[in-house]
Design a protein around this ligand. Sequence first.
Ligand code: PGA
Length: 267
Amino acid sequence: MSRKLIIAGNWKMHNTTAQARALITDLAPLVAGAASVDVVVCPTYTALATASDALQGTGIMLGAQDVFWKDKGAYTSRISPSMLLDLGVTYVVIGHSECRGRFGVPEPDFDEAVLAHFGDSDATVNRKLKAALAAGLKPIVCVGETLSERRQGEADAVVASQVRGALAGIDADAVPGLVLAYEPVWAIGTGEVCGSDEADRICGVARATVAELYGAEAAEAVRVQYGGSVKPDNAAELLGKPNIDGALVGGAALKAGDFAAIVNAGA
Ligand code: PGA
């Protein structure tokens, strides 16, 4: 089965509304020829409405960086699936390592008490995933090991267990439409890219876990992105691998030319 590549820019905590509009205005013509790739940008919540407006007619889809699992109620500061849909959001990133409190670049002033603020666990990822699917959002579910887990030989087990945790109780019908993102934490924002063969192998581990849970057909349909220091100069090699169906791009997504080069490497 051939899977359509999906390349998503995770803008993280960057860009005011004016900067978001300018970035989209610069980006849109540069990726206009990339119809063979699903292109997504994920601004921060405060820029979603502006981005939604700026994306009209471009073919680029809008994503959010997180979602809460309740639809409304006394949940101060949370954003619900229906609020995202209201702004024209199609995709939503769930379980990013930075939301799980797992940082590629160590944060010197984040002690344990502060890290608890970044509270996503497999259980909350699972709730967010269920709520996103029920609302009709398209989830991008992130998994990946830290450097110390890799050094202890646990990378495959961590990825498989995060996939299992995220998918617990998820209806089989929803699985083929899912996007998983394998993002080794040690490669995020560090400039350390995972070798393309190893990235492909672990994307295969994620896919094999889906196969164990839902069968070969579902696993063939699921798209698995690689993320972690994807740049214009390594994109073509990563995107050429059989188990890598796209990229989740952080730093390089903040420059229209770089993000467009990554998209066009896959087109
Ligand atoms: P990076 O981030 O491309 O800056 O390494 C990727 C991500 O965290 O999604």
